[in-house]
Design a protein. Structure first.
Length: 356
């Protein structure tokens, strides 16, 4: 497609725009702004996803549908099912891009998302682009056209598919770029009805929600990640759900949700506050795309173990340990154990520890 509207120039501009940013929200904003020059759309949202559960953990929503539609959107996504759900797109061997028009053979009315959310607002076809790298999905771009516009074409879909990996890499890198920050206080509880109406809350909880990557500008007032956890908790057989969420200041918050049964209708309890140190370090190691063995070696380094001690503890040769360390250095952008401990522990892990 070199020389065409969907050629190398447009591809490189979009990738460069994303790579020039340092935080997850700016990466999504820059990628969408540049992509719109090649693949136009009426509305869009950038979704941050937990790579293990594919739960929504924030993103950019102010350019999409109004916040009042978010509970219904997430109910469809996590409780009811519809075309182009994130887990289906994320299956191995599946193309990272899909459109409602193509998936449903032009019968958009077969989609609950279209019937209940898009059609009432004069919207039409939807394209979803998973942003994946290192074998994991880190987010997605969701673009919607107006009802009087054409559906997304095969050429547009192919162009967007080429961007999945480089934009996924830029998004993953952005999760390791900022130093860890501390939130507004201790953990807080929020009680929701089964329709996501806030029954009880506190100033501390509201402070934490304001720290998340993006809070809807108007409407119901909870960030998308809170709705995602609540919807997943209602659906879960165990009645529970948990995610680690990036904050505005570069730190991590933890949101847990539980379905409360026993009354006339189920309710949802949400806990929001500082991410626990093990969750913080796990999120960071995922973002660095370390292998399970490299994670084991890193944990031993953080405990102060020598190469010989690591080799004995993991039943490896010292040379193999050194090879793993070189790979960890390359992935984390450091040159020594001292820098590694400083970057991973003091900048990211230590801020989450309780200090007396």
């Amino acid at each position: 497609m070199t020389g065409s509207r969907y050629g190398e120039g447009a591809y490189r501009r979009t990738v460069r725009a994303a790579r020039d940013e340092t935080g997850p929200v700016p990466v999504l904003e820059a990628a969408a702004a540049e992509l719109a020059r090649t693949v136009p759309f009426a509305l869009w949202a950038g979704v941050l996803l937990d790579p293990d559960t594919l739960l929504n953990v924030g993103g950019v929503y102010r350019h999409g549908v109004e916040a009042r539609w978010m509970p219904r959107m997430l109910d469809i996504e996590y409780r009811e099912g519809d075309a182009l759900q994130m887990p289906a797109l994320a299956r191995p061997g599946t193309a990272p891009v899909g459109t409602l028009h193509t998936r449903l053979g032009g019968r958009l009315d077969r989609s609950a998302r279209y019937r209940d959310i898009y059609r009432p607002q004069g919207l039409g076809d939807e394209m979803r682009v998973l942003l994946r790298d290192a074998g994991r999905v880190w987010g997605a771009l969701v673009m919607v056209r107006s009802a009087d516009g054409p559906p997304f074409s095969a050429a547009e879909t192919e162009f967007a598919a080429r961007l999945s990996a480089p934009l996924g890499r830029a998004l993953r890198d952005s999760l390791t770029a900022a130093p860890g920050g501390r939130g507004p206080g201790a953990r807080a509880m929020v009680l929701l009805s089964a329709e996501y109406e806030v029954l009880t809350s506190s100033a501390t909880a509201e402070g934490w929600f304001a720290e998340l990557a993006e809070v809807p500008a108007s409407g119901v007032g909870l960030p998308a990640a809170a709705y995602g956890v609540a919807a997943a908790a209602l659906r879960s057989a165990s009645g529970g759900s948990r995610v680690c969420v990036p904050t505005r200041t570069g730190g991590w918050a933890g949101i847990e949700g539980w379905r409360l049964d026993g009354g006339p209708a189920p309710q949802i309890a949400l806990s929001v506050g500082p991410a626990e140190p093990p969750d913080r370090i796990a999120a960071l190691l995922r973002a660095y795309a370390l292998t399970p063995r490299e994670c084991e070696v890193l944990r031993q380094v953080l405990r102060g173990a020598s190469t010989a001690q690591i080799a004995a503890g993991l039943s490896l040769s010292p040379l193999t340990v050194q090879d793993h360390l070189k790979s960890v250095f390359a992935k984390t952008g450091v040159r020594s154990r001292r820098e590694l401990v400083g970057q991973v522990f003091f900048e990211q892990y230590l801020p989450g520890l309780p200090l007396g």
